[in-house]
Design a protein around this ligand. Structure first.
Ligand code: ZN
Ligand code: ZN
Length: 414
C-alpha cells in the first residue's frame, strides 16, 4: 500500500551558477551557508544534471516538463499554451494559444505604428480592458483572453482546424507598424485570419475604453491594442497521475510553472499572496504548504523562485542571501518529512549572475531518502556534485530515479 508523501522534487529555480569573482571564485550556491542542504548532500547521492541536454539552456517550462518525465522536444509546443495555463485559463488539446502584450499604437497613413510595446508597463485596469474581448467569436473561432502580470496577457483560440505556424503581428520594435499574421497551410491561414481580426477588434474596442481615457488624462500611454505572439498548439500530454498511478501536487510560486504542472495532471496548491515568487516571498508559508501537500499526495513538486530572480538581476550577493534563507526556511520541512519520503533537491537550470539569463550549465542534484546510496560529497554545490555517485544525469532521469527509490519502478524484462 502506497504511503502519502513518498516523493518530493524540490527545485530551487535557477540556483546553479558559474564561479563569481567577488565570491572568490565560488558560485553563489557554494558561497552560501546551507547547513540543511549540505546534510542532504552528505547523506544522499549527488550528481550533475543537464535539464534538457548538455549545453542546452533550458526555460523553466521545458525544464519542468523534463523533470516530470516528459520529452520536452515532443511536448513543448511554444510558450503560448503554457503561459495561458499559467494565468489560470482553460486550455484544451488542439487550442492555439499566444502570449500577448498590451501596447500603445498611433494611427498614421492607414497603419498602426507601435509607440510603446508595453503600454507604459501598465499595471492597473487590464482586467477591465480585456473584459469586452473575452469570449468573442470570430469566423466561428472562440477567443478567450485573460490579463497576466503588468502589460502581459494570454489569448486562447478554440475552434476546428486551427494551425499554430503563424507569423507574429508584434513588430518587436517601436515606431514600426503592426504586422499582419500569415501562415502557409489552410489551418495556419485560418488562425492568422482570426488573429488579425482579433488585433483589429482590440484596437477598435480599446482606443475609447474608459481605462484608456483615464490614462490619457494622467499623461500615460493608452493600452489601446493587444499584440499576440509566440503561437503554440496545445499538446496532448498524458497525465503524470495516470502514467505512474499516483496522486501528485505542485507547490509553485509563478504562473508559468503552475500552468505546466496543471497540464501534466498535478493539482496546484493554492498559496497566500505573500508567496509571491520574489526575493521577499514568504518562504515559511511556502515550506508549510509543501509540508501540507506531502501529507495528502504521493508526489509533490515544489519550486521556489528566488535564486532565478537574483540571477536575472545579476546580483551575486542577493543570490547568496536568498539561497541561505531558503535553506534556513526549509529546516522544519526537511526535519519533518514523512517516513519513507524520497527527495530530489536540485535546480531546474542555471541562471548565472554574469549571464543574467539561463545558461546551458549543468545543475547539482541530490537524491536522499530511505535506501538511497551515499557518496563522498559533503555539501550541496556545483563542484561537489560533480564528484558524486549519481554522475551526470538528464532532467528526465529524476522521476524514474525517485520511483525506483520508492520501489515503484516496473521491472524491464524478466
Ligand atoms: Zn526556472
Ligand atoms: Zn529565469
Amino acid at each position: 500500500m502506497a504511503l502519502k508523501g513518498e516523493m518530493l522534487i524540490f527545485i530551487c529555480d535557477g540556483v546553479a551558477d558559474r564561479p563569481v569573482k567577488e565570491l572568490d571564485g565560488k558560485t553563489p550556491l557554494e558561497a552560501a551557508r546551507t547547513p540543511n542542504f549540505d546534510r542532504l548532500a552528505r547523506l544522499g547521492e549527488n550528481g550533475l544534471l543537464d535539464p534538457i541536454a548538455p549545453g542546452v539552456p533550458a526555460g523553466s517550462d521545458t525544464a519542468h516538463l523534463a523533470l516530470l518525465g516528459y520529452d520536452p522536444y515532443e511536448y513543448y509546443t511554444g510558450r503560448g499554451p503554457f503561459e495561458a495555463l499559467g494565468v489560470g485559463m482553460d486550455v484544451r488539446p488542439g487550442d492555439v494559444a499566444f502570449r500577448c502584450n498590451f501596447a500603445t499604437v498611433e494611427e498614421r497613413d492607414g497603419e498602426l505604428l507601435v509607440k510603446d510595446r508595453r503600454a507604459g508597463r501598465i499595471t492597473e485596469g487590464t482586467a477591465e480592458l480585456v473584459a469586452p474581448l473575452d469570449g468573442v467569436e470570430l469566423d466561428g473561432v472562440k477567443c478567450f483572453i485573460k490579463e497576466s502580470t503588468a502589460h502581459r496577457a494570454a489569448l486562447v483560440l478554440r475552434g476546428d482546424g486551427l494551425g499554430a505556424a503563424v507569423s507574429d503581428v508584434d513588430p518587436h520594435e517601436e515606431d514600426a507598424a503592426v504586422a499582419r499574421a500569415a501562415g502557409a497551410t489552410p489551418e495556419d491561414r485560418k488562425t492568422a485570419a482570426v488573429v488579425n481580426e482579433f488585433v483589429e477588434l482590440s484596437y477598435e474596442t480599446l482606443k475609447g475604453h474608459a481605462v484608456n481615457r483615464e490614462r490619457e488624462k494622467r499623461g500615460l500611454p493608452p493600452a489601446n491594442i493587444i499584440l499576440p505572439r509566440g503561437a503554440g498548439l496545445a499538446p496532448h500530454i498524458p497525465r503524470v497521475t495516470q502514467l505512474y498511478d499516483l496522486t501528485a501536487a505542485a507547490v509553485v510560486e509563478v504562473g508559468l510553472i503552475r500552468g505546466i504542472a496543471r497540464y501534466c495532471g498535478l493539482d496546484v496548491v493554492p498559496l497566500p499572496p505573500e508567496v509571491n515568487g520574489g526575493l521577499d516571498t514568504d518562504l515559511g508559508a511556502f515550506m508549510a504548504a509543501t509540508a501540507e501537500a506531502l501529507e495528502k499526495y504521493d508526489l509533490v513538486l515544489a519550486n521556489v523562485k528566488g535564486p532565478d530572480v537574483a540571477g536575472h538581476d545579476g546580483d551575486a550577493a542577493a543570490k547568496v542571501d536568498v539561497i541561505e534563507r531558503i535553506d534556513a526556511a526549509a529546516a522544519p520541512l526537511l526535519e519533518n518529512l514523512p517516513a519513507g519520503c524520497h527527495l530530489a533537491l536540485l535546480g531546474d537550470h542555471a541562471t548565472p549572475v554574469a549571464v543574467r539569463d539561463h545558461s546551458g550549465d549543468a545543475v547539482p542534484v541530490v537524491f536522499w531518502g530511505p535506501g538511497a546510496r551515499t557518496d563522498a560529497v559533503e555539501s550541496f554545490g556545483e563542484r561537489a556534485a560533480a564528484t558524486g555517485g549519481a554522475s551526470r544525469l538528464r532532467g528526465r532521469d529524476v522521476l524514474p530515479i525517485l520511483l525506483n527509490l520508492a520501489d515503484r519502478a516496473e521491472k524491464f524484462g524478466a
